[in-house]
Structures are given as structure tokens and as C-alpha cells.
Ligand binder design. Structure first.
Ligand code: GCU
Length: 138
């Protein structure tokens, strides 16, 4: 495998809080986005080489309403209003992935809520490098 995990609770949070009251998260908690458009979590991601990598977001959405977010890399949207659908329970965590080009060295990856419900609860970002043949499973 060839991935690096970035915990949401360690990222830069705008309009959200770190919580740990719904089991199944990794690390020490997750981010509960405020229920407003524009709430965001920004990860500082380091890449060894430039190229397309997979950005896998682990999240829970205990409602039956989608919580779409726009994913931006270095300030440019790579997925607009990407679906983060209901997962059945706040303790049921799932993953969605988008591919995006990263620069060698430092990058920002920001996930911003696009509806007034805010984002889902966000556990982590897994960045899977080029050449990986394993699909992340957890
Ligand atoms: C509940 C839940 C939170 C969640 C929130 C929401 O309060 O406990 O974890 O973030 O709903 O709807 O965003």
C-alpha cells in the first residue's frame, strides 16, 4: 500500500467542532461541521511527487439527506458538490474517493459544505499515491 492518513480533528477547521461521541472514528475524534453553507475542513497534504492521487474521505451522515461538499486542491475545485449521502447512522462510517492532481511538496485539500445542512461528520482524509494497487478498505 501507499497511502497517508490525515485526521480531520488535526486539520484546519472553519465553522466546525471536534467531537468523539459517535463510535467508529479513527484517531481521536471527528469534525462535526456546523450546519451552514461554507463550513470547511482543510488538510495540509504532502506529496512526494507531482501526479494524480486518490483522495478518500471517511465520513458519517446519520440523516437521510445528502450533505454535498466541494473538494478543492490548492484552491481549485476538483469535485463540485460531491455527494456525501446518508450512511444510516452517525456511527456508520463510509468512504468516498475523488482523484486529483497534487503538486510535489505541500498541498491543501479543502472540503467545503455546499448546503445549509453543512457537511457530514468527517473522520479523515486518506491520500493514496500513484502506483498503488490496493483499494483502501478502512
Ligand atoms: C447530530 C449529531 C452530530 C451531527 C449533527 C448534524 O447532532 O449528533 O454528530 O454533526 O447531528 O446534523 O450535523
Amino acid at each position: 500500500s501507499n497511502f497517508t492518513d490525515y485526521q480531520a480533528e488535526s486539520a484546519t477547521i472553519s465553522q466546525g467542532v471536534v467531537e468523539s461521541n459517535h463510535a467508529g472514528f479513527t484517531g481521536s475524534g471527528f469534525v462535526n461541521y456546523d450546519n451552514v453553507t461554507g463550513s470547511s475542513v482543510e488538510f495540509a497534504v504532502s506529496a512526494a511527487a507531482a501526479g494524480t492521487q486518490s483522495l478518500t474521505f471517511r465520513f458519517a451522515n446519520g440523516t437521510t439527506t445528502d450533505r454535498p461538499m466541494t473538494i478543492a486542491v490548492n484552491g481549485t475545485a476538483v469535485a463540485t458538490a460531491r455527494s456525501f449521502p446518508g450512511t444510516g447512522a452517525w456511527t456508520t462510517w463510509q468512504e468516498i474517493s475523488v482523484n486529483a492532481p497534487l503538486n510535489a511538496g505541500g498541498n491543501t485539500v479543502r472540503a467545503t459544505a455546499t448546503t445549509d445542512n453543512g457537511g457530514p461528520n468527517l473522520d479523515r482524509l486518506r491520500v493514496t499515491g500513484p502506483g498503488d494497487t490496493e483499494k483502501p478498505t478502512s
